[in-house]
Design a protein around this ligand. Structure first.
Ligand SMILES: [Zn+2]
Length: 153
């Protein structure tokens, strides 16, 4: 398949698999660009375990957790857990960066930590925008065993 023939996400995904690391036509912005395959590496899975534990200890339904009290997060990669719908950030007014540290796990995030659900192995991301998922799925155990590894391919 040639990149100029790509019109759907499924085609983009196929092309991406065949041409790892090369550019593709992004289904969200139509530019020839690089779509990154993000995966949940061990450090992110450990962060998710931490925030689920902190959340369960709050006994306060809907509480948000101050993530600066948790394990160090390299480059804010934990925020990418939101691509899988595993965590959510407290809604903030634009420019109010101080509040960006308040997050909580979603029900899906809690169930993932409890090893009740699986999530796609890869989130396909253009810039900061989610454009799709891999068909392959992983469990929290897979992610915890995945090491730090590559942040993207
Ligand atoms: Zn795009």
């Amino acid at each position: 398949m040639e990149s100029q023939d790509i019109t759907t996400l499924a085609e983009a995904r196929k092309y991406l698999q065949e041409n790892r690391g090369k550019g593709v036509v992004c289904p969200c912005c139509r530019r020839f660009t690089k779509i990154y395959q993000r995966r949940i590496y061990a450090g992110m899975a450990e962060f998710l375990q931490w925030i689920v534990k902190a959340y369960s200890e709050k006994k306060d339904v809907g509480a948000y957790i101050d993530i600066t009290t948790g394990p160090n997060q390299r480059g804010g990669d934990f925020a990418k857990l939101a691509h899988w719908g595993l965590i959510e950030r407290k809604a903030i007014a634009k420019g109010n960066e101080k509040l960006q540290r308040w997050w909580r796990p979603t029900l899906k995030g809690i169930e993932f930590v409890e090893d009740k659900v699986r999530v796609p192995e890869y989130a396909l991301v253009c810039g900061s925008e989610l454009v799709g998922f891999s068909d392959e799925t992983v469990s929290i155990r897979d992610c915890l065993q995945g090491g730090e590894g590559a942040r993207s391919e």
